[in-house]
Design a protein around this ligand. Structure first.
Ligand code: ARG
Length: 461
């Protein structure tokens, strides 16, 4: 039985099951690169401050480089008895370089070590997520840019409301996902402070240079309070909140793709390579990808709630509960990245069915508001117009006709201000193109949105 690094005050070896229950090495080994990076920066700082010798520093660095190679080539032996990534690497380092390895942990604790590893890991993952989000934003913009004509019904309560451009619908998701992009950006900036050097909780008696390590590791500055540095995981919680919101946006987007590809709606067709068949019903083409993305949203929320719950009752500073902070984040990260990776090409490759979309766009009296607006322009108060159009719609429903099919004679039953020009206002195209106020669905407004989107993409690419 190998001796633990902390076994000095113990007389009994750890119970085998306790050892397993206690270990995090099988999941926190995702941090290996950052753990090694952090240790190299720490060793450089210790030597610069004359806390260890230059020879020890050089041995530590070459030893850690060897450990890195062993891990990346799959030769490294991950052992439960080493407990976590920090001790596994330090132990192997000491096997390779001897006493120098044992000096590395001077002026450091696993508490500030895990805090710095986790932040570095998150920073790099967030950058990857932003790159995937940028791909999706680009796919949406390109798709919308390719088709600025096709109309579809816009819904409220999933009841036909007013006609809109398909590109307008798509660009609504652009806005949501763009905010997600900036939310990740904000969260990245807030976590950009280096906790290394906070020690176990109270700082250290050695004359360390925390500004040096912060800079060496690519942080904006060191954290200001040692107790806070090792205690909070708000950076991970903030990431999980942003991830939950982003996944929720993709889930709604998925839901619309699912319903719009049913034979009842028949507005779009997802590409074959994003669908699956049924083992019994030969005609089926199921939208499994958007369904899974919608389904996986629950686990991302679950990670957020799990983490908030883990943290809510903890006294300062570190508590072992906090070892439970990693797996939910890893799971959320994997889920979000996979969903984003699938979404961009799925949007890019989906096919529209313009004839069906436009037929639906005109159904359900979708231009009734345009008739009311017409009456307002003729001088009637809006409330009164609303009532008049309501009666005209009821009449048309009874007759089984569309509003544009009513004759002037029939319109005159409800008001005497309607003249021949009405028919040019209540077509679907006229309805869409008249909504040209800033942010509306008119083609002119959608073009403005696209220009601003392209500008944003230029800035982030
Ligand atoms: N494996 C631990 C974790 O993930 C590292 C920190 C351990 N610190 C301690 N005082 N036991 O939280």
């Amino acid at each position: 039985m190998s001796e633990k690094m902390w076994s000095g005050r113990f007389t009994l070896p750890t119970d085998k099951f306790v050892e397993e229950f206690n270990a995090s090495v099988h999941f926190d080994n995702r941090f290996y690169k950052y753990d090694i990076k952090g240790s190299i920066a720490h060793a450089k700082m210790l030597a610069k401050q004359k806390i260890i010798s230059d020879k020890d520093r050089d041995d530590i660095i070459s030893g850690l480089e060897q450990v890195l190679t062993e891990i990346e080539s799959g030769r490294f032996q991950w052992k439960t008895e080493d407990e976590d990534i920090h001790m596994a690497i330090e132990k192997r380092l000491t096997e390779i370089v001897g006493d120098a390895g044992k000096r590395l942990h001077t002026a450091r604790s696993r508490n500030d070590q895990v805090a710095v590893d986790f932040r570095m890991y998150m920073k790099s993952e967030i950058i990857e997520i932003q790159a995937l989000l940028a791909e999706l934003l680009k796919a949406i913009t390109e798709k919308a840019d390719m088709d600025k004509e096709t109309m579809m019904p816009g819904f409220t309560h999933l009841q036909t409301a007013q006609p809109i451009l398909f590109a307008h619908w798509l660009m609504a998701y652009f806005q949501m996902l763009k905010r997600d992009f900036t939310r990740f950006e904000d969260c990245l900036h807030r976590m950009d402070y280096c906790p290394l050097g906070a020690g176990a909780l109270a700082g250290t008696t050695f004359d360390i240079d925390r500004h040096f390590t912060a800079k060496e590791l690519g942080f904006k500055a060191p954290t200001e309070n040692s107790l806070d540095s090792v205690s909070d995981r708000d950076f991970a919680i903030e990431f999980l909140s942003a991830a939950s919101i982003c996944q929720m946006h993709m889930s709604r987007f998925s839901e619309e793709l699912i319903i719009y590809s049913t034979s009842e709606f028949d507005f779009i067709e997802l590409s074959d390579d994003f669908c699956t068949g049924s083992s019994i019903m030969p005609q089926k083409k199921n939208p499994d990808m958007p369904e899974l993305i919608r389904g996986k949203t629950g686990r991302v929320y679950g990670s957020l709630i799990s983490m908030l719950t883990t943290m809510k009752g903890l006294p300062l500073a570190y508590n072992k509960d906090m070892q439970e902070d990693k797996e939910p984040v890893f799971d959320a990260l994997d889920t979000l990245k996979a969903s984003l990776k699938i979404f961009a090409p799925m949007v890019g490759k989906m096919k529209l069915k313009p004839a069906k979309m436009e037929k639906s766009a005109g159904a359900g009296y979708s231009t009734a508001t345009d008739l009311a607006d017409y009456l307002v322009r003729k001088g009637l108060p809006f409330r009164q117009c609303h009532h008049i159009v309501g009666s005209a719609v009821a009449y048309a429903i009874e007759k089984g006709a569309d509003l544009s099919e009513l004759s002037l004679d029939e319109f005159s039953k409800f008001t005497d201000v309607i003249t021949e020009d009405i028919y040019q206002f209540i077509t679907v195209r006229a309805s869409v193109n008249s909504r040209s106020a800033y942010g509306g669905t008119a083609k002119s407004s959608v073009v403005e949105q696209l220009n601003s989107a392209k500008k944003f993409l230029n800035e982030i690419y």
